[in-house]
Design a protein around this ligand. Structure first.
Ligand code: COA
Length: 332
């Protein structure tokens, strides 16, 4: 039995100013705007290129915005959870670097992988921390600097990904609204379809790994696409059914932004009108762990107390799941 209910009480976000458009990509690989838009829905993505800066810097910009908006003293933060597949370094964890940069002197923290499901897993973990009564303020960050692990000679992946950061603050709810339910999954047999082979203990960096371009994202798109569609449908349906939620009860679907066709197929399956589905893939592409909080960041002003939100994501691992949350404040 949970001691408290966890609620999102603030949002922050950051996207770099530099844009990489489909027309820019046309000059880099054999592709074209029409193909990219019709297959993915993406028109442009943001790229973080500041010498000496990394994922922790994007996350720091996002968190500082959140702290200012909510009037939170960073020294009150108990835990920092940083979902990312592009940490500043293999270790120490980027969460610790972010805590230092924002002045969260009393926080402990850790990084969480889970690729495109990272924020969803972090949101669930952070909410469980609050529910237990052990912590009062948990920061959950989703940040990825995908441009640091993308091969800009591979047209099948370089058109998809972008850089960005988003974050939420979790606190014990002051009303009846907040984190309601989660259904999370993993299947290691999906690793062969979406991975970055080198740089870990299996294939430490070597001349060969560099030559083979094994320090970049590899994806076999079709099986990932199919598993994403079926996985997101099944997990969302499960959460809706066990919470007695009908399509008419849903105020917002917050889907991972990997491909507009996947998002549309989910919306059609749930019979939820497109106006209730948060999207920004057209402008940011797939920012991996940052897609869900960046959706919240873009739509914050439209959210009202009591709104029912269904978050769902699918990513490398495979990892996937759904979170049901009721919104705890009037954001406008
Ligand atoms: N520009 C032009 N043509 C391209 C291209 C590009 N950027 N990328 C691939 N193609 C070509 C392929 O070479 C292939 O050509 P062929 O038929 O001559 O072999 C053709 O387009 C179709 O490729 P395919 O991979 O089957 O396309 P697709 O419709 O599956 O779309 C993805 C590719 C990557 C957009 C899609 O598979 C996808 O979104 N996958 C899931 C991504 C995802 O959800 N990830 C989740 C976790 S991040």
């Amino acid at each position: 039995m949970a001691k408290y209910k966890a609620a999102i009480t603030g949002i922050g976000g950051f996207v770099p100013e530099t844009k990489l458009t489909n027309f820019d990509l046309e000059k880099m690989v054999e592709t074209n705007d029409e193909w990219i838009v019709s297959r993915t829905g993406i028109k442009e993505r943001r790229i973080f290129r500041e010498p000496g800066k990394a994922s922790s810097d994007m996350a720091t910009y996002a968190v500082k915005e959140l702290l200012e908006k909510t009037g939170t003293n960073p020294e009150e933060i108990d835990v920092v959870i940083c979902a990312t597949v592009t940490p500043d370094m293999q270790f120490p964890d980027t969460a610790n670097t972010i805590a230092l940069k924002i002045g969260a002197k009393n926080a402990w923290g850790f990084d969480l992988g889970a690729a495109c499901s990272g924020f969803l897993f972090g949101l669930t973990t952070g909410s469980r921390f609050i529910e237990s009564g052990a912590y009062k303020k948990v920061l959950v960050i989703g940040v990825d600097m995908m441009s640091s692990i993308i091969n800009y000679k591979d047209r099948t992946t370089c058109i998809l990904f972008g850089d960005g950061a988003g974050c939420v603050l979790l606190e014990p709810s002051k009303n009846e609204y907040g984190f309601e339910d989660a259904d999370l999954h993993g299947d290691g047999s999906g690793a062969k379809f979406l991975n970055m082979k080198a740089g870990g203990s299996l294939h430490p960096a070597s001349e060969d790994t560099v030559k083979n371009r094994d320090h970049y994202v590899f994806q076999d798109g079709r099986p990932v696409f199919k598993a994403a569609v079926s996985g997101m449908r099944a997990t969302t349906l499960k959460v809706l059914n066990r919470n007695n939620i009908t399509k008419d009860d849903i105020d917002w679907v917050v889907p991972h932004q990997a491909n507009m066709r996947i998002i549309n197929s989910l919306a059609d399956y749930l019979e939820v009108p497109k106006e209730k589905v948060m999207t920004n893939i057209e402008r940011y592409g797939n920012t991996t762990a940052a897609t869900l909080p960046l959706c919240l960041w873009d739509y914050e002003k439209k959210l009202s107390k009591g709104d029912k939100l269904i978050f769902t994501a699918f990513g490398g691992g495979f990892t996937w799941g759904t979170v049901y949350l009721t919104w705890s404040y009037d954001s406008n």
